[in-house]
Design a protein around this ligand. Structure first.
Ligand SMILES: [Zn+2]
Length: 276
C-alpha cells in the first residue's frame, strides 16, 4: 500500500517517511503516514474500508454501504486528518519549528468509490501520492541540515517511546482532578449519556455508538495499569455493571482474573494495528 509506494519511489529532496507514528501534543494522536522535508510536512490518513463510501460533514462521519445493503458508520477521515494536522502543527510549534503542514486522505483500494462533501482536502489513490508530494515547492527550505536531522531523530524517538507512562504520574496530577465522562466527537462536550446502546450528547444532539472507545483509551493513557469494571463505570458515568462489562468485552483488551476480580489492560501497539 502506501509504504510500498514510498519504498519504490525515489524523491530527489531531503525527506523522512514515518508510518504508524504516535505522538503526544495536547493529546495523543496517531498519524498513518508522515512525509516530512525541510520545507513542509504532509500527513496521510489511509482508509482501507471496502464498499461504497460517503463522507458527511455534520456530524463528521464516514458511512459505508456494502453490496449486501449493510450500512455502518466510521470516523470521518477528513475530520481525523484536519485534527491531526492541527495537532502536528502544535507538536512542531512546541519545538520552535514552523513548517507548513498539508494533508491528504488515501484510499487503499483502487476500486473504492467515495462521495465527499465540498472540501479542499485531497482524496488520492496510492499511485497519485508521489506526484501530489512533488507539487509542493522545495526552493526555500525552512530548516537547515542540522535542524532537519534533529527533527527526524525526535520523530523516531517519539515513535519508539509510544507506550507511554501514565500522564497523571508523569505530570503529578491527582486522580480527582481529572474530569471524567465520554467526550462528544461532534462538539467536544464531556459527559455523553448512554441509552439504547448508544452515546447521546446533551449539548449538540450527536449520537455515537463508539464514543466510549476514546474514553477508555484516554483512561489507560491517563492512569495506566489495570482497569476494573468499577473504574470503567466511574470514568464513563455508567450505572450498570452489565453495561460496563459489555463495553469492555467489545474492546479487545487483555483480561486477567474472573468475574468480580476481572481487570483489563490495553496494549497500545497491537491495538493500533487494528485501525481502519
Ligand atoms: Zn456534542
Amino acid at each position: 500500500m502506501l509504504d510500498k509506494v514510498f519504498e519504490s519511489y525515489a524523491f530527489s529532496m531531503k525527506h523522512g517517511v514515518f508510518h504508524d507514528l504516535s505522538l503526544a501534543s495536547s493529546t495523543y494522536f496517531q498519524v498513518d503516514t508522515l512525509f516530512i522535508t525541510p520545507s513542509y510536512a504532509v500527513l496521510f490518513e489511509v482508509k482501507n474500508i471496502a464498499g461504497e463510501l460517503t463522507v458527511i460533514q455534520n456530524p463528521p462521519q464516514l458511512i459505508r454501504v456494502l453490496d449486501s445493503g449493510k450500512v455502518s458508520g466510521f470516523k470521518s477521515p477528513i475530520a481525523q486528518l484536519e485534527s491531526n494536522c492541527e495537532l502536528f502543527q502544535d507538536w512542531l510549534y512546541s519545538r520552535n519549528i514552523s513548517l507548513p503542514v498539508y494533508g491528504a486522505v488515501v484510499l487503499a483500494y483502487a476500486r473504492q468509490r467515495i462521495e465527499v462533501f465540498d472540501t479542499n482536502i485531497p482524496i488520492l489513490f496510492p499511485s497519485a501520492v508521489p506526484s501530489f508530494i512533488r507539487k509542493f515547492p522545495t526552493t526555500s527550505p525552512l530548516l537547515d541540515d542540522k535542524a532537519f536531522a534533529d527533527l527526524l531523530s525526535q520523530l523516531s524517538n517519539s515513535h519508539r517511546d509510544f507506550i507511554p507512562s501514565p500522564i497523571c504520574e508523569t505530570y503529578s496530577i491527582p486522580r480527582r482532578d481529572i474530569r471524567t465522562g465520554v467526550v462528544c466527537p461532534g462538539c467536544g462536550f464531556i459527559g455523553m449519556v448512554r441509552h439504547s446502546r448508544s452515546w447521546h450528547c446533551t449539548a449538540c444532539g450527536h449520537a455515537d455508538r463508539e464514543a466510549h472507545k476514546q474514553a477508555i483509551r484516554d483512561w489507560f493513557l491517563l492512569f495506566g495499569g489495570k482497569m476494573s469494571n468499577k473504574d470503567c463505570r466511574a470514568f464513563l458515568h455508567i450505572a450498570r455493571q452489565q453495561t460496563a462489562h459489555r463495553i469492555l468485552r467489545g474492546m479487545s483488551l487483555h483480561t486477567e482474573g474472573a468475574n468480580r476480580n476481572r481487570t483489563y489492560t490495553m496494549h497500545f501497539l497491537s491495538e493500533r494495528k487494528k485501525r481502519t
